[in-house]
Design a protein around this ligand. Structure first.
Ligand SMILES: Cc1cc2nc3c(=O)[nH]c(=O)nc-3n(C[C@H](O)[C@H](O)[C@H](O)COP(=O)(O)OP(=O)(O)OC[C@H]3O[C@@H](n4cnc5c(N)ncnc54)[C@H](O)[C@@H]3O)c2cc1C
Length: 333
């Protein structure tokens, strides 16, 4: 089999309780963009007990084709079962690219599939492109997040990557798109080593930072925990969520679930307000795609200003209450 025999950009469709995860729609949108360059078409892979209307949703969001495998053994996500099904599908159809979300499911599944297929896998990508030779350029933070590294997989297929959520934008839902749904009848083996008894949702207070449209981030420049009150007041006035940089998690002021950055969450809100944040690359990669970036820092040389749309040079202790007051006034007018 020649490398050129492998064709197609595949996206593993993640779903829970009959709902496709946002990361899948983000990957379909990016796959579509890549397919415009290599003309290989976008295929979503859906493994489920009952596909329901999920196959059509995948076509509506950028899939040219959906390959569906249905089985009672796919009632719950189980890594070994899914990896075997994916191996069989890849053996049959030979895609050139296979993409997963860098989510707990994708990070669990992709390496198992990679090992079975004896190919390469780039984890935690922040960007994808196609080079002049048709190879997938996989960009990810490396060396402690200090550089962005471009990785190629020139000699094995498929080229595999996991991609962070909220890096790519979703396509608008299309009405009656062209495309086909293929029901694949391959045998699905049960995985009986363990049984899933129940799912317990991880509880967070308020809106999750990855879902909030407005996020106010506190960094190490915030010198005392008492000052968080004024930052929380600003977030409340903006109807936004609070997030933090890693030093505030390390100091145990806040839970890691609200940390932004390379070892935290990637977020893409409409507005982000950075307060006392220097703009280290490991932080920036988690929020640089936000639509509007406002930063408050006492140092005019802080690197965060180079990626900000609006910057305020000054002490947050003075600026934040003034800002909150102004927003309050504007709201009451
Ligand atoms: C492998 C690895 C992964 C990492 N992952 C992450 C990650 O996911 N997220 C993350 O955040 N970091 C991460 N880091 C750490 C990262 O390198 C930085 O150390 C961290 O982002 C710095 O946080 P900061 O900007 O809050 O603090 P600092 O860099 O200390 O910046 C504080 C800023 O506050 C300003 N300031 C001080 N006083 C005031 C004041 N009164 N008013 C206004 N401004 C003021 C200062 O001028 C300064 O710019 C990681 C590092 C490594 C090696």
């Amino acid at each position: 089999m020649q490398l050129t025999d492998y064709k197609g950009i595949w996206v593993f469709a993640e779903h829970r309780n009959g709902r496709i995860s946002d990361i899948t729609f983000e990957l379909l949108a990016k796959a579509k963009e890549l397919s415009d360059k290599n003309d290989e078409g976008v295929v979503a892979i859906l493994l489920a007990r009952d596909a329901g209307d999920m196959s059509q949703k995948l076509l509506n969001r950028g899939g040219d084709r959906v390959i569906v495998v249905e089985s009672d053994h796919l009632k719950e996500y189980k890594a070994i079962t899914c990896a075997k099904v994916l191996e069989a599908l890849v053996d049959k159809y030979r895609p050139s690219i296979l993409l997963f979300g860098a989510t707990s499911m994708g990070k669990d599944l992709a390496p198992r599939v990679m090992a079975k297929l004896r190919t390469g896998l780039t984890a935690d990508c922040m960007d994808l492109d196609i080079d002049g030779d048709g190879l997938l350029i996989q960009t990810k933070p490396s060396y402690g997040g200090n550089i962005m590294c471009k990785i190629l997989c020139p000699t094995r297929r498929p080229q595999m990557a996991t991609i962070r959520p909220k890096v790519f934008s979703q396509l608008e839902e299309m009405e009656n798109p062209k495309g086909e749904i293929v029901i694949e009848n391959i045998s699905v083996e049960p995985e009986n080593d363990y049984e899933i008894l129940e799912h317990v949702a991880y509880e967070t207070e308020g809106v999750k930072i990855e879902e909030a449209e407005i996020v106010v981030v506190a960094g190490r420049g915030v010198s005392s925990k008492d000052d968080m009150k004024m930052i929380e007041d600003l977030a409340k006035e903006l109807h936004g969520a609070i997030a933090v940089t890693r030093p505030l998690v390390d100091a145990e002021w806040y839970d890691p679930s609200i940390q932004v950055g390379a070892s935290g969450k990637t977020i893409k809100p409409k507005l982000i307000v950075n307060i006392g944040v220097s703009g280290a690359i490991q932080y920036n990669v988690g929020m640089q795609n936000a639509k509007n970036i406002v930063s408050i820092n006492k140092s005019p040389k802080a690197p965060i200003f180079s990626i900000s749309h609006y910057g305020i040079v000054g002490d947050y202790k003075r600026i934040v209450p003034l800002l909150t007051e102004e927003i309050k006034k504007t709201r009451s007018q």
